[in-house]
Design a protein around this ligand. Sequence first.
Ligand code: CP
Ligand code: NVA
Length: 297
Amino acid sequence: MSLLGMADMNGDGLGSLVESAVAMKGDPTLNSTLLQGQAIGLFFAKQSLRTWVSCEVAAIQLGAHPLAIRDDTAGMGTRESAADVGRVLDRYLDLLAMRVHDHSDLVAIDNETDVPVVNLLSDLEHPCQAVADMQTIAEHRPLPETRIAFLGDGNNVCHSLMLAGTALGADVVVGCPSGYEPNPDLTKLAGERTGSVTVTDDPEEAVSGADVVYTDVWASMGQESEQDLRRRHFAPFQVNEKLFALAKPDAIFMHCLPAHRGEEVTDGVMDHPRSVVFDQAENRLHSFKAILVDQLG
Ligand code: CP
Ligand code: NVA
């Protein structure tokens, strides 16, 4: 079954993925020949460092063969439609993982392919990031007793974090300026899960008493022209030492990366002893191995 978003995943499914990711981290040689002979397509319509490299290495460590496909070569939507790209790649690959602009392209491709489709980030969700994030939080505390504060834009990373956190029983508080709230349908869905979700435009209220403080860039890929406007709107939501000090004394700091130091986060918080941002980046590898085994093993 494809993995297009955390919206389609329940707590049991996500819990097993995290458990499997922990096992992969404990023994990097686990399942080292399981996916021998399988071809894993990694399609990128946007820039990437962590996702690209961790997914390639994950495939290699499981014995599969990864192929990176860049959209500036493929021309999805310009040379041919997203659905036709899917119909073609379906004939060559065992799994198609894609980073796209429009989530609707992923849905269209998934409808046209027999092979599983995995979302490597769309405008709506970043589910693989959320699996790594849940693994990272679980390294510090049990999810059902965790208050996660997300400060920033209510888009892809926020959506997947909110849906994954609440599926595992966490209380998620989203702090964002008015006009940048998460998608109401996804907020409603998160609110129906085991944990809870709250949205506020008060950054101090969001962070107070949090176990996890999480942020993401203010202008996502494709929104660069809005950078100046967003800098003004998001300024009160910067995770600096003063704001981070309102969280619990053992709170951890998280960021999906890349970070714009001096914008959404200061150097002092990025490099804080309780910052786990590079553990998150590492866990992208282990959690993608868990996703591949779940999809193809
Ligand atoms: N966090 C993340 O997805 O990083 P990249 O954009 O570098 O892949
Ligand atoms: N929200 C960011 C996440 C990057 C990993 C973006 O979409 O650019």
